[in-house]
Design a protein around this ligand. Structure first.
Ligand SMILES: O=c1ccn([C@H]2C[C@H](O)[C@@H](CO)O2)c(=O)[nH]1
Length: 135
C-alpha cells in the first residue's frame, strides 16, 4: 500500500538525519506522479536557524530532480502522537503540492493519521496574493 511504502521510506531517511543539536531525527518521503519515492531527513547546523526540516529536504530534492507533480507525503518522527509539521514546511507544501494532496503523519509507535496540504495551512499565502506585482 502507498502509505506503508512511504512511511517505510521516511523511516529509512530518518536514520540518515543529521541532528547533533536536537537529537530529534525526522524523515519524510514524497510520492511523485511517475511513481518514484523521494525521501529526505532533517539536517541541522551550528547556526541553529539554518537547519532544514525533513519535509523541505524531500520537497527541494524532488523539485531539483525535475519532479513537480507530487501525489503524497509521509512524515515520521518519535513524537507522542503523529508528528505535526512546522509552519515553514506547511508553507512550502502549500507552494509545491496540490491542496488536496494527502499528508500521512506518523510516529515511531506506528500511530498514523492522514490530512491534506490544504487542511494543514488554510488561507495560505500564495502566488495569487502577488497578482499585480512583479512579472
Ligand atoms: O516536522 C518537523 C518538525 C521538526 N523537524 C526538525 C527541525 C529540527 O531539526 C528538529 C527539532 O525541531 O526537528 C523536522 O524536520 N520536521
Amino acid at each position: 500500500m502507498e502509505m506503508e511504502k512511504l512511511i517505510e521510506a521516511a523511516k529509512s531517511a530518518r536514520q540518515r538525519a543529521y541532528v547533533p543539536y536536537s537529537q530529534f531525527p525526522v524523515g519524510a518521503a514524497l510520492l511523485t506522479a511517475d511513481g518514484k519515492i523521494i525521501a529526505g531527513c532533517n539536517i541541522e547546523n551550528a547556526s541553529y536557524g539554518l537547519s532544514n526540516c525533513a519535509e523541505r529536504t524531500a520537497l527541494f530534492k524532488a523539485v531539483s530532480e525535475g519532479h513537480r507533480a507530487l501525489e503524497g507525503i509521509a512524515i515520521v518522527a518519535d513524537t507522542p502522537g503523529p508528528v505535526s509539521p512546522c509552519g515553514a514546511c506547511r508553507q512550502v507544501m502549500a507552494e509545491l503540492c496540490p491542496p488536496d494532496m494527502k499528508v500521512w503523519l506518523a510516529n515511531m509507535k506506528g500511530e498514523t493519521t492522514v490530512t491534506t496540504v490544504g487542511e494543514l495551512l488554510p488561507g495560505a499565502f500564495g502566488k495569487e496574493d502577488l497578482d499585480g506585482h512583479g512579472q
